[in-house]
Structures are given as C-alpha cells and as structure tokens.
Design a protein. Sequence first.
Length: 169
Amino acid sequence: MGEVCQRQQPWLSGVWKTCNGLMCLFFTLASYVQINDPDAGLWMAGYGIPAALCAFIVWRAEVTETLSWRRVADLHVMISCAVISMLGWRLLTQKVSEIFQEEEGRECSGLMLTSVWLLLCRHSGRAPVGALRVSTAVAVTVFPFVAWLYYHINNDLRSDWPSHCKTAL
C-alpha cells in the first residue's frame, strides 16, 4: 500500500503543477483582455496577482507555505470576496437571470474563480497533494478554458456585450 502512494505522488504533483501552469496562463490572458476596459488597471491586477501566485507554485510548490505568498493570496481573496458580495448584491437586486450577459456577472464570476483557485492552492505545499485536491484542480482548470472557447465560438452569445469586451481576443 505504501509503495502505491509513493508511485502516485510524483504523478499527482505533476498534474497539480500543470493545473497551476494552465491557470497562470488563463489568469494572464484574463488580465490581458482587460486592456480595453475602462477600469483596466484594477482588473489587470485582479487577474495578474493570481497569475503570479500560480507561477510561483509551478516554480516551487512549497511556496504556498511562505508567509508572503499566504498574505498576498489572503489579501486578494479578502478583497475579491468583498467585491463579489457587492457585485452579487447588485445582480440579485436587479434580478439578472443571464449573468454572463451582464458585465457585473462576468466580473463577479472571474473574481469567484480567482478566489476559489487561491483557496484551493492554500497550504498545498504543506504535504503531498492528494487525489481530491488534484481532481478538483483539474475540474476547475478545465472550466474557464471550455467556457472561454464556447463564448468565442458562439458570436451571438457576445452580441450584447460592450465593445471593450469583444475586441481584446
């Protein structure tokens, strides 16, 4: 039984680092497409910080145990949760049913993704990553790429979006 766990660990660690590499790429792309946004600097930081934190994990997985990584991640999650609450309240009071058709809905979803990912990464360097964390990471990693591709292929889904949301990629 112990030998099986020893053989699985490098594989799970490799998948974990790959997921972090892909999320780093996704957050970098999400930061880039904010370039046309009226408040681009704010949103570029909102995606750029998680991209950098993911890059550190790819480089050195145990970085999540350092005080500086945890403080930056925790601060980002805390601010994101406050903004998610405000945007979510606005969407709720406006009774929005098609969340991705509203800019606030896309912003709220993006911040939820960064928060969920950073919480998933928290303390991942403390011990070998397990199958549950890696399985969750794979599911969370696949979702934004599939959603982005789906919206990119289906132009009619983006027809009501503001022009700054249509022109970056």
